[in-house]
Design a protein around this ligand. Structure first.
Ligand code: AMP
Length: 224
């Protein structure tokens, strides 16, 4: 199946830090040929490039806080206004607050389109902590790895591009605690928000990446 201008899939991936939204978005976007819009990734790129957005992000990301709603909503609006999203998109890490969800509704309304589905990756906290402890990201292509033995990432190159793997600065215990707190206070209410709009689909985000991916495809009514 290929998303097209006749059959655009506009999805949001929702879930706590470590739920696997990044990994699942990457797989779904490759399968569905739609752009992957990860606000975390956009912010890390801006940090790297030293732009104004990057400087705003630096003040918040490493401590585990959120960057202001109006700033991130503006970034997403620019992306959604681009022609590349005509065949659909997957939003990963946005919205994260009710204000952002309201902002998204307004942007989509102006574009004359609607969300297809919100995939909520429901994950027990012990699984989240274990995943975050073993998470490494490729410096070159951004691919995410999860190792059972957290130190493994320091000696392995990326299987895809050979790039060096790094640990995210906000995957330290203190920032992780803050991110969970922020998630419960600011993001968890979106479960109810999208359930009340009949867009929410809950996916048990436990087990192997491939199993969760198959559940995601099934939820979207797509064959493997
Ligand atoms: P992520 O890669 O999705 O885990 O995002 C990493 C960090 O980027 C978050 O902990 C926030 O500091 C920031 N961030 C990403 N998306 C958003 C958003 N939608 N609103 C506010 N801050 C965000």
């Amino acid at each position: 199946m290929r998303a097209s201008s006749n059959n655009p899939l506009r999805i949001v991936l929702l879930g706590p830090p470590g739920a696997g939204k990044g990994t699942q978005s990457e797989l779904l976007c490759a399968r569905l040929h739609i752009p992957h819009i990860s606000t975390g990734e956009l912010l890390r790129e801006a940090q790297h490039a030293g732009t104004r957005l990057g400087r705003i992000a630096t003040a918040c990301i490493d401590k585990g806080g959120l960057i202001p709603d109006e700033v991130i909503t503006g970034v997403v609006e620019d992306r959604l206004n681009s022609a590349r999203t005509h065949t659909g998109f997957a939003l990963d890490g946005f919205p994260r607050t009710v204000a952002q969800a309201d902002g998204l509704e307004l942007i989509l309304h102006h574009l004359g389109v609607q969300l297809t589905a919100v995939l909520y990756y429901d994950t027990p906290e012990d699984v989240l902590i274990q995943r975050l402890a073993g998470r490494w990201t490729c410096e070159g292509c951004g691919h995410i790895y999860n190792f059972d033995e957290p130190q493994s990432g320091s000696s392995k190159p990326c299987d895809i591009c050979g790039g060096k793997l790094y640990r995210r600065a906000d995957d330290n215990p203190e920032a992780i605690r803050t991110r969970f707190k922020v998630y419960h206070e600011c993001t968890q209410p979106l479960v109810e928000y999208y359930a009340s709009r009949r867009l929410l689909h809950t996916i048990a985000a436990i087990g192997q990446v491939e199993e969760i991916y198959l559940r995601s495809l099934q939820t979207l009514g797509i064959s493997n």
